[in-house]
Ligand binder design. Structure first.
Ligand code: PMP
Length: 385
């Protein structure tokens, strides 16, 4: 019966990140730097709010869009932090993580024949959904611009079929952040065109020494931008599955239909925990952020010493050094590093087009783990010559 499975689904490949983590699991002594989730526990007061929700039998459906008080808290959070103004009644949807937020966003706006611009290398979660919608991903090579999308790069990629562009800044996998002037240049190109911007801002709380700016806050951009965010990274809540969409009421009302038939609502228990996170835990990300920043500095300096060149990232918790000079594919480099030194990284080719020639190193690990891994990486690289 397998041949009867929807061809679009058959054609989806398992994510390269998942493949490498499955492989690493078979090496008991490997040090892994592959994971894209915080290594800190969920703050205790948030866990407590989740427990209380259980004790008080808050275990029934919430409204489809999420608890009204949580939507109000989410709207207040993004307004105070990023200057984004969204009506909690009509423009905010609580989702099962940023992943489901992306799913309902793309399924609402993408149909057969639509083109979606993906500035590569980029998080691999977008392409499969675009394809399931019958759309076509159009990768734009950002390598020459420090992995940032510029108007100059974007312009030639736009056609009459372009329906959306995706921005993922702070970036997974590169850690780069676009500043306000850079976003404004992209906004200038898009204003007046029938093109949406999907702005995945899941790492917005994790920027080091630079502010997070959202393209949706720029004049004339709110109506065409769908902002994706969530608590997975900011509040160390990956397993709670809480995300958000922020979009103009005219778009949100359609997204809500997809969401309703997709999951009905996000987990009620997690929503109560999220409410605590966005009210009492407004700045929970700060202590983690300080630690990540110290690790970023440490890993970046070590990589430079080892001779693995990487732009110094301003956000998220990844570095994306070039391995071009070794004449190996990113998969060969990764496999040899794993086999010879028992250190796992993610090959750049897992991040769509233009990721080849790099590897992703996550620093969501303790300093001790990072030190040991980098010592081994240094031994490996010096052997490669
Ligand atoms: N977008 C990006 C860029 C991510 O890195 C991730 C998680 N790795 C997600 C979305 C999904 O986040 P969530 O756990 O909230 O579904």
């Amino acid at each position: 019966m397998e041949h009867l499975v929807n061809a679009a689904v058959q054609n989806i490949q398992i994510s390269g990140i998942r493949k490498i983590s499955n492989l690493v699991a078979t090496y008991k002594d490997a040090i892994t730097l592959t994971i894209g989730q915080p290594d800190f526990p969920t703050p205790g007061h948030i866990v407590e709010a989740g427990k209380q929700a259980l004790d008080r039998n808050k275990t029934v459906y919430t409204p489809n869009a999420g608890l009204p008080e949580l939507r109000r808290a989410a709207s207040a959070f993004v307004e105070r932090k990023y200057g984004l103004v969204y009506d909690p009644e009509q423009e905010v949807i609580v989702t099962a993580g940023a992943s489901q937020a992306l799913d309902i966003t793309l399924r609402t706006i993408i149909g057969p024949g639509s083109e979606v611009v993906l500035p590569g290398p980029i998080y691999p979660g977008y392409e499969p959904i675009v394809r399931l919608c019958g759309g076509t991903p159009v990768y734009v090579d950002t390598r020459s611009k420090g992995f940032k999308l510029t108007a100059e790069l974007l312009k030639p990629a736009l056609t009459e079929r372009t329906r959306a562009i995706v921005l993922c800044y702070p970036s997974n996998p590169t850690g780069r952040v676009m500043d306000e002037a850079e976003l404004a240049a992209v906004a200038d190109l898009l204003r007046g065109r029938p093109i949406f911007v999907i702005s995945d801002e899941i790492y917005s709380e994790l920027t080091y020494g630079v502010p997070h700016r959202s393209i949706a806050a720029l004049p004339g951009m709110k109506e065409r931008t769908i902002v994706i965010n969530g608590l997975s990274k900011s509040h160390s809540m990956t397993g709670w599955r809480i995300g958000f969409t922020f979009a103009d009421a005219a778009i949100s009302k359609h997204m809500l239909k997809v969401h309703q038939y997709n999951v009905t609502c996000a987990s009620s228990i997690s929503q109560y925990a999220a409410l605590e996170a966005l009210t009492a835990g407004f700045d929970d990300a700060l202590p983690m952020k300080r630690e990540y920043e110290a690790r970023r500095d440490f890993v970046h300096a070590r990589l430079q010493r080892i001779g693995l060149e990487a732009d110094k990232p301003e956000g998220a918790f990844y570095l994306f050094p070039s391995i071009g000079r070794f004449g190996l594919t990113s998969m060969d480099f990764t496999m040899r590093l794993l086999e010879e030194e028992r250190v796992a990284v993610v090959p750049g080719d897992a991040f769509g087009e233009y990721g080849e020639g790099y590897v992703r190193i996550s620093y969501a690990y303790s300093m001790d783990v990072l030190e040991r891994a980098l010592d081994k990486l240094e031994t490996f690289v010096s052997r490669l010559g």
